[in-house]
Each structure stands twice: as C-alpha cells, then as structure tokens.
Write a protein that binds this ligand. Structure first.
Ligand code: HEC
Length: 294
C-alpha cells in the first residue's frame, strides 16, 4: 500500500507560515500611529513661546474654541485639585511625551483638547507644565520627542483590533487569516495521518472492544440526540407560530442554531463510538495485534 506522503502538508504549513509573516506585517503597518510631521518653524518657536503662550493657555484656556483652563483642575501652582498634582509629578518628568498624549487624547476625567487647542498651544502649555513650579526637563518638548516617545503601535487601535472588532480589521487581513487557518488545518491533519499510518502498514481487522463505559456513552449520545431533536422541533414550532402571529415575533435563531448543532454533534458522537467500540472493521493497522495507533 502506498504510504501517506508528508510533503504536501509540510508545504501547506510552510505557506501558512509565510502568510502569517505577511499578516503580521500588514497588521503592524495598519496599526502603527501616523508619523508626526516635524515642522522646524514649530520647533523653533516652541522654546520661545511657552513661557507666555503656555501660561496663558494654562490659566485661561482658549474660550473661543471651547478649551477650558488647566488650572481649574490642576491648580494655579500645579498643586492639583480635580486633576492630579503636576508640580514635581515624576510620571511626566520621566516621560514628557505623555503630556502631549494626554492633552490631545484625554483620559478618564481629563478632557481631550484635540481640535480645541492648536498644536502650537498644546506644545506651549505642555512645556509650561514641564518647566514650572520646580519642574524641569533637559530639552523642551518638541514634535520629534513626541514621535520618538510614542510606542510603535497605537494602543487604542490595537485594543479594538485585538478584540477583532470587524470595522478595525482590513479585508486582506481577514483573507490571510482564513487562508492560514485552512492551510494549517490541512497541514496538521496531513502530518497526523502520516504519523498515524506509520512506516509498516498491514491490513487487519479492528476488533470489537465494547466496554460498559462505551455502552453507557453511546446510550447517552443517542438519548441526547433524541432530546435535542425534540427541543429543536419544539423551537421551530414556536418560531413558525411567532412568524405567523398578527404581530410577528422574531424567531430565536440562537436556540435553533444551538439545538441543530447539538443534534449533529450527538449523531457524530454516536457514530464515532459505534465505529470504535461496536463495529468489526477492516482497517490498515500498524502491527498485527489489531490495535490502532490511537
Ligand atoms: C476637567 C478637569 C481637567 C482639566 C480642565 C484638565 N485636566 Fe489634566 N487631568 C485631569 C484628570 C482627572 C487627570 C487624571 C487622568 C487619569 O490619569 O486618569 C489629568 C491628568 C493630567 C496629566 C497627567 C498627570 C499624571 O501624572 O498622570 C497632565 C500632564 C495633565 N492632566 C495636564 C493638563 C493640561 C496641560 C491641561 C490644560 C490644557 C489639563 N490637564 C486640563 C483633569 C483635568
């Protein structure tokens, strides 16, 4: 008898691996934050502007655009209030780029100022905070520092995509993911069957080995098949009646689906148990004892 060849399964697994690399690359390319444009004019003006413009934004906000003042929550001297104390705040002194991120994106009780302050005002107020009330950082915060300080992948986007929120997954990613799963299943099943057939193949008879446990199990699966069939028919009846009613009722698709899936599972279980424990079968086996390799 011809031996089961492992070449194609290995090729499939290899292709799946290449596709997985492509998928990761695509995923990272889609998820990476937009690069921050570094405008030299902004960089030059930042160090000059923040003591005045930054103080003004911190103390008065920008009422014309609906930006409320920082000091209302963080205190005139950065001593804190509704918002945390900013004077001597280790967190922002260690990671100045975080000030930009939290002012633009907001977080919890901290409002987002994106669209309410322009970039110049945001850098000014961030630097004002980083250089006031005893706070000091080596270099003023500029767009290149923000760009370098951001992680490679935007956590907010990653969270949505990690949860497989469909709008956040791109079509090529879904295709690649599906191909990978199909190829991997084929490859792994192929390898398994290659292994299970073994090197030496003999035709033989697989003997009945019905045990009390097997009898109990097959009784259970048969009973459950009947039970789920009754439940399924009952549910279909309810749904048809709901459908025909004067005020149509939505059919309970979840229940229908669940019962039909359980029926198929139970029938499959019954058949598998029958084949393994109750049916004499001509099989290809590894040795002469009639034992399957599994
Ligand atoms: C409505 C109140 C409020 C206003 C206005 C406000 N903040 Fe905040 N801010 C908060 C709160 C609350 C937090 C804590 C957020 C968290 O970590 O959950 C916070 C956090 C911060 C942090 C991070 C501090 C840390 O250690 O985590 C910085 C920096 C900051 N704000 C700066 C500003 C600046 C600059 C402005 C003005 C442009 C501003 N905030 C306006 C309430 C406010």
């Amino acid at each position: 008898m011809e031996r089961n060849d492992a070449t194609m399964p290995l090729v499939a697994i290899f292709c799946a691996a290449i596709m997985a690399v492509l998928l990761l690359w695509q995923f990272n390319a889609e998820t990476a934050p937009k690069p921050v444009a570094v405008d030299p004019a902004v960089v030059a003006s930042i160090s000059k502007d923040y003591p005045v413009l930054g103080k003004q934004v911190y103390e008065a906000g920008n009422p014309a655009k609906g930006a409320i003042a920082c000091q209302g929550c963080h205190g005139a001297q950065g001593e804190g209030g509704a918002g945390p104390k900013l004077a001597g705040d280790e967190k922002i002194l260690k990671d100045p780029a975080y000030v930009y991120t939290i002012v633009t994106k907001g977080k919890g009780g901290m409002p987002s100022f994106e669209g309410k302050l322009d970039d110049k005002e945001i850098y000014a107020v961030a630097n004002y905070v980083l250089h006031s009330w005893g706070n000091t950082v080596e270099k003023p915060l500029t767009p290149d520092i923000v760009a370098a300080g951001q992680s490679k992948i935007d956590p907010a986007v990653l969270k949505n995509r990690g949860r497989m929120v469909p709008e956040d997954l791109k079509l090529p990613e879904i295709f690649l993911g599906t191909f990978i799963m199909v190829l991997l299943s084929y490859g792994l099943i192929g390898l398994y069957s290659h292994w299970a057939e073994g090197a030496e193949l003999h035709p033989g008879i697989h003997k009945v080995r019905a045990t009390p446990v097997a009898t109990l199990l097959i009784g259970t699966t048969m009973a459950l098949t009947v039970l789920f069939t009754i439940l399924f028919v009952r549910q279909m009846n309810i749904d048809y009646q709901g459908w025909a009613a004067k005020e149509p009722v939505m059919p309970n698709v979840t229940k229908e689906g669940f019962y039909s899936a359980m029926i198929i599972l139970m029938i499959a279980g019954t058949l598998a148990l029958y084949k393994k424990y109750f049916m004499d079968d001509e099989v290809v086996i590894e040795d002469a004892t009639g034992e399957f390799p599994w």
